[in-house]
Write a protein that binds this ligand. Structure first.
Ligand code: WTA
Length: 655
């Protein structure tokens, strides 16, 4: 195949059929089988999910109602008793899976560890007993701020085991962001590590926890610290405890607490269109089922597969598809602490070769970065074990798709482009690899049971190529239940933007998309003030409020600018207070300020100082114009509502 060229998604016509052998052995073997499942689920969603819940999961007590739908609030498997830690561990122990590798872990410096289901169960029980001893009870919330080490998964499963909700905070978030999340969740305990390895340096996680607790989060009584990097850290007497000390005396037996199907399993904070991240709430039974079945069918998980998802446990992808989905299926899940870095650009392929990985799941931004590093890295390794490749996080451009397929997949692995969100709990639009012909750049068709559509602002179906808003028209088991402590915000954000005339509630995802003549969905990206940097969601308002919290900043407007590798990059337009003057030093300081407030993922690539921001007569910042400017494009569209037209001229000339 020749070198990839720039192609437009709208002109993409290539079709890739599943291989005959792949289809024969797959859970779902043909497009007809998919269609039958889809129609069955559409005709009777409750019956469809109930049948799967019965077949795929172990329940302590059966539900008495499949779905209680009080729009937009859903309850699934009402009255059912279940524990996800039990489904991920205990039930496998009475089968040959007892001695199967549950978790394979590879550390960045090259150390590694494998835990069988038996061993993982024992460690989870030990940690569950330890956190109980530290006063955590059913219904409490525990913060988890960890590097990518087995104890991160162990901590999540330990919380779930005793009925404590967890909130995992990505290790790249700053002390300030950690504090906000711990406060909102009213966490009683934080589980962390002394540090983690990232690009050959130590990320000082415990130090960040100390800072967070110095300035707030007074609900936290104890900190449990895993030793990973072994540098000197401060241990606050009475508050901080080493995991290895407490583990020694802890029993390896701890029965899983029977939870109500609708008990909260976790809160995960995600960016939205306002300044404050929202706590997405997922509950137990429905989430367990949904993460389990979607992984099984979309990645065609088989008993002997070694499965590797490169996400961090701090994101929903890590929750559903490193920890809960794979373990509930009794699979072998691989966890890697490192990322490609100058000292080892081929590290991902070393891991594939070392463990004979069969299923590999990553993000378009990673694929584009790997493309840039050159084919010689993957070509120098044996990647023949791979049989399926997944992608998530943003629309994948066809050239990256084709490269992934050819260079990593050896033209034989199906590419499974999964569209979903923190809010949806699991895959929503995705090929089923033995059934669905794929098109580069399209996430293809909805998962059975998911009634997705593209509509206009009135909720009317849109069929033309220019597309509309991506919505979901029927509740599904993995959907978020609410915004933590803010049901009104849940309602407004997801269910009230689009109100069809018939008064029905439909879920608005925040993405724009169009459908082609085969009914394939092509997701185009966010239609709200959320930008997607390297597959991470960031609210422009969130970064703006970080900037204006700096004493020299008067006003800030943040927009995304197209970037070849990251998808989008952050550009901030800033006006200064009083007599302060723009300078290179101040620009650096403001970037660092955002890093301190949120984390390195939110660092603006560019700060543009300006005397004024373009606003409408009602005072709304016209981000659309700033996006054009940031991208170096001509201003497009209507500028008649602009309050002061000279602002634009100044921005064009002077920035
Ligand atoms: C985007 C990640 C196109 C989308 C699981 C969505 C995608 C947001 C895809 C959710 C995909 C995710 N194709 N866009 N396959 N997957 N997105 O909550 O804009 O971190 O709304 O969940 O990522 O990001 P989140």
């Amino acid at each position: 195949m020749s070198q990839p060229t720039i192609e437009s998604i709208l002109q993409e016509k290539r079709l890739f059929h599943p291989g005959a052998e792949f289809s024969q052995n797959a859970h779902i073997k043909s497009l007809d089988e998919y269609k039958q499942l889809y129609e069955k689920a559409q005709a009777d969603p409750e019956g469809f999910w109930a049948e799967l819940a019965e077949k795929e999961l172990d329940w302590f007590e059966k539900w008495n109602q499949v779905l209680d739908w009080q729009p937009p609030f859903a309850k699934w498997f009402v009255g059912g008793k279940i524990n996800i830690s039990y489904n991920c561990l205990d039930r496998h122990l009475t089968t040959p899976r007892r001695n199967k590798a549950a978790l394979i872990w590879e550390g960045e410096p090259g150390d590694s560890r494998t835990l069988t289901y038996g061993e993982l169960h024992r460690e989870v029980c030990q940690m569950a007993n330890v956190i109980k001893q530290l006063g955590v009870k059913k219904g409490d919330c525990v913060g988890i701020y960890m590097p990518m080490i087995p104890e991160a998964a162990i901590a999540m499963l330990a919380c779930a085991r005793i009925g404590a909700a967890h909130t995992v905070v990505f290790g790249g978030f700053s002390a300030e962001a950690l504090k906000d999340r711990l406060e909102d969740a009213e966490a009683k305990l934080v589980i962390t590590a002394d540090g983690g390895w990232r690009k050959d340096a130590i990320v000082p996680l415990k130090e960040q926890v100390d800072k967070a607790l110095q300035t707030g989060a007074s609900s936290v009584d104890n900190v449990l610290v895993v030793k990973r990097t072994a540098q000197n850290i401060h241990m606050e007497p009475g508050r901080d405890h080493w995991w290895h000390d407490l583990q020694q005396g802890a029993s390896g037996k701890c029965p899983a607490e029977p939870m109500d199907s609708e008990d909260m399993l976790f809160i995960l904070y995600t960016s939205g269109t306002t300044g404050k991240p929202k706590g997405v709430v997922h509950t137990t039974g429905g989430y367990n089922l949904y993460s389990h079945v979607t992984l099984k069918w979309a990645f065609d998980l088989q008993e002997t597969d070694i499965y590797w998802c490169t996400a961090d446990v701090g994101w929903i992808t890590g929750h559903s598809y490193i920890v809960y989905g794979p373990l509930s299926n009794g699979a072998t899940t691989l966890m890697y602490e490192g990322v490609p870095r100058p000292s080892n650009p081929g590290c991902l392929w070393d891991v594939v070769e070392k463990y004979g990985v069969n299923i590999f799941y990553t993000a378009p931004t990673a694929i584009r970065a790997l493309m840039k590093m050159g084919e010689h890295h993957p070509n120098a390794r044996d990647l023949s074990s791979l049989r399926l490749l997944g992608t998530v996080g943003e629309p994948i451009n066809p050239e990256a798709w084709i490269w992934y397929h050819r260079v990593i997949g050896g033209n034989r692995c199906p590419i499974v482009d999964t569209w979903w969100q923190t809010e949806t709990g699991g895959f929503m639009i995705t090929p089923l690899p033995g059934a669905t012909p794929t098109k580069p750049g399209s996430a293809t068709l909805p998962f059975p049971g998911i009634i997705a559509d593209i509509v206009d602002a009135e909720g009317e179906a849109v069929t033309n190529q220019s597309g509309g808003y991506l919505v979901v028209k029927h509740p599904w088991p993995g959907m978020m239940r609410t915004v933590y402590k803010d049901p009104e915000r849940f309602k407004q954000t997801y269910w009230e933007h689009i109100r069809p005339k018939n008064g029905e509630y439909i879920y608005f995802a925040g993405d724009g998309a169009h459908k082609d003549e085969d009914g394939y969905f092509w997701v185009m990206g966010r239609v709200d003030d959320v930008i997607n940097v390297s597959g991470h969601r960031l609210g422009t308002m969130e970064i703006e409020s970080a900037l204006v919290s700096h004493p020299m900043v008067a006003e800030a407007a943040v927009v995304g600018k197209p970037d070849e590798v990251k998808g989008e990059d952050i550009v901030a337009f800033v006006t200064l207070e009083g007599e302060h003057q723009p300078s290179e030093a101040l620009s650096k300081e403001l970037k660092q300020h955002v890093v301190n407030e949120i984390g390195a993922i939110a660092r603006p690539s560019e700060i543009r100082f300006t005397d004024d921001l373009p606003k409408t007569r009602s005072g709304k910042i016209m981000r659309r114009l700033l996006r054009n400017l940031a991208a170096g494009q001509e201003i497009s569209g209507d500028t008649s509502t602009l309050q002061d037209r000279t602002v634009l001229e100044k921005l064009r000339g002077g920035a």
